[in-house]
Write a protein that binds this ligand. Structure first.
Ligand SMILES: [Cu+2]
Length: 250
């Protein structure tokens, strides 16, 4: 009984310390409106996961120190049989925990981002004002086409602030992954298929100032994988229009 109380105390202390860290860990700046959903999910999982992690640590370390055998290893102890109420309670608690994680933040987040439910797929961003950017990944660079403006740029992505963007992503050779850490969302670039990513940049910025605001391939695709990046600039609408004009003159 005393051992149980001590383990419980250790668990309580480690959990309090862990939760303090979980609540404080800074995330890189969230630069798209969709990033909030991902950050909230991540923070929630950190907070919920901490007591589980500290429970394992407490039992493990307490047992290691308290029940350490001295000298030669003794014989095996008597077998331990589980008792039904304990096993059922364990099953109920872990099942409820797993289910609640699937529903919140999993399902709720996917619905909020439009990947599930009534607005799933491309319908979510078929509005008039949506900017379409076709992304072609290849070993080892990114080609961006703006079909509405007949512009094509390599390894440089310029986006207007506050306007929904629909990325239509594909690959010319192997599987890559289109990822902009500051926007949080990520999706595979698959040869012969078009995958979609919809997001709205919410803050101005550029790669030179904020390194997480860059395109980074996130699927090992050969020797040039790590260097398969593109710079990103998020600019106000008038600057974007000026950039479009300048590109079209070239
Ligand atoms: Cu790649």
């Amino acid at each position: 009984m005393r051992d149980l109380l001590r383990v419980f105390g250790l668990w309580l202390i480690l959990t309090l310390l862990g939760e303090m860290v979980a609540l404080q860990i800074p995330f890189p700046p969230a630069m798209a409106s969709e990033a909030r959903v991902v950050d909230e999910a991540f923070r929630y999982l950190l907070i919920v996961g901490t007591p589980v992690f500290t429970f394992v640590l407490s039992v493990l370390f307490y047992s290691l120190l308290r029940f350490r055998a001295a000298g030669d290893p003794p014989e095996d102890g008597p077998p331990v049989f589980s008792h039904t109420p304990g096993a059922l309670a364990w099953l109920a608690v872990t099942s409820l925990l797993a289910l609640s994680l699937v529903i919140q933040p999993g399902l709720r987040g996917l619905m909020e981002l439009g990947w599930m439910g009534p607005f799933s797929g491309s319908a979510a961003a078929d509005g008039e004002g949506t900017l379409v950017v076709q992304v072609q990944a290849r070993q080892w660079s990114w080609l961006f086409t703006y079909p509405q403006y007949q512009i094509q740029v390599k390894d440089r992505l310029v986006l207007p602030m506050g306007r929904p963007v629909r990325f239509e992503i594909t690959s010319r050779d192997v599987v890559h992954s289109f990822w902009i850490p500051a926007f949080r969302l990520k999706i595979d670039a698959v040869p012969g298929r078009t995958t979609l990513l919809v997001l709205t940049p919410s803050r101005p910025g550029r790669t030179a100032v904020e390194p997480t605001l860059r395109v980074q391939c996130a699927e090992l695709c050969g020797t040039g994988h790590a260097a398969m990046t593109a710079t990103v600039e998020v600019v106000p609408a008038d600057q974007f229009a000026a950039w479009v004009d300048q590109q079209r003159k070239q």
